[in-house]
Design a protein around this ligand. Structure first.
Ligand SMILES: CC(C)(COP(=O)(O)OP(=O)(O)OC[C@H]1O[C@@H](n2cnc3c(N)ncnc32)[C@H](O)[C@@H]1OP(=O)(O)O)[C@@H](O)C(=O)NCCC(=O)NCCS
Length: 256
């Protein structure tokens, strides 16, 4: 006879097992990592593949190059450790829209974001993921006022106009990180219209209205208050509900 569990479960142990399984079925797992690129932090480009080395070499700005290289070192190290691969051996491909993905591990998705001297990585098993991170001073009041109509829906703009002007950049940044995370989750980035990413009232779900289709995206926003690295707003967006995300901040190199 095969090793079949009784269904419906007849003991507490079996009931717990089934409950855990059902929870795991519905909930994907996400990990968040940040790497602060402090002066002098070594970033060994030998970990990159040939395409990444070529891309790194093409940057004119040292700061932009460090952010790109830092991001790839962070994701290669963390995901390599997760799947038991040497960081430099991990195949990373890129969609025609620029979204990196792991062709050898279709169940694992990741997303990168960088701002000033910090790189953030979200790694997710069982769901697509997008992350965005921005420093709290990303937009001045006048910049926020100028960009808002390109990002916010009419209703969101009305709410923003009613808000205290001093709080507008912060409130706008919250929309920005959530919408950018959602568009990165979908893989289009700002090729899609951010005004079509609409929060669903009463929850952390957004609806993406795209060419007549509407699909739910689960968004979790948050803040990081870091001493050296600065203060940030961040958001992750996933195509399925995820476990409570926890950050690991790698300040002086990547540790597991
Ligand atoms: C995705 C996008 C919003 C990111 O903007 P950004 O100002 O660079 O912001 P972040 O630092 O938060 O994110 C950068 C990371 O997003 C990821 N990314 C790039 N395009 C992406 C896409 N279409 N979907 C999801 N993620 C994407 C990359 O990992 C990138 O980091 P990397 O280049 O170091 O690997 C913007 O690049 C975009 O709209 N891209 C799509 C359209 C486009 O311009 N494509 C041209 C290349 S084919």
């Amino acid at each position: 006879m095969g090793n079949r569990a009784n269904f419906p479960p007849t003991s507490d142990r079996q009931r717990n097992k089934v409950a855990t399984f059902q929870r795991e079925e519905k909930t994907a797992q996400v990990e968040l990592h940040s790497l602060h690129l402090s002066d002098g932090l070594p970033l060994p480009e030998s970990i990159l593949d040939e395409t990444e080395k070529d891309r790194a070499a093409a940057f004119r700005s040292c700061a932009a190059r460090r952010l790109f290289v830092g991001g790839r070192i962070l994701c290669r190290s963390i995901i390599g450790n997760l799947v038991g691969s040497a960081p430099q051996a991990l195949p990373i491909a890129i969609t025609p829209f620029g979204r990196p993905y792991l062709p050898a591990y279709p169940d694992i998705d990741f997303s990168l974001s960088h701002t000033k001297d910090t790189v953030a990585l979200a790694v997710c098993r069982g769901s697509r993921v997008g992350i965005d991170i921005e420093r709290l001073d990303a937009f001045s009041e006048s910049e926020a006022d100028e960009i808002m109509p390109m990002i916010l829906s009419e209703q969101e703009l009305d709410q923003m106009r009613q808000a205290d002007p001093r709080h507008r950049p912060d409130a706008f940044l919250a929309y920005w990180v959530q919408k950018e995370a959602a568009l990165k989750c979908l893989g289009q980035g700002f090729l899609a219209d951010p005004r079509s990413v609409i929060p669903v009232p009463g929850g952390t779900t957004f609806s993406i209205r795209n060419r007549g289709r509407s699909e739910p995206i689960f968004v979790r926003p948050g803040r990081i208050c870091g001493e050296e690295a600065g203060d940030f707003q961040w958001a992750i967006a996933t195509s399925r509900p995820v476990t409570e995300p926890r950050w690991r901040h790698h300040k002086s190199g990547i540790s597991f």
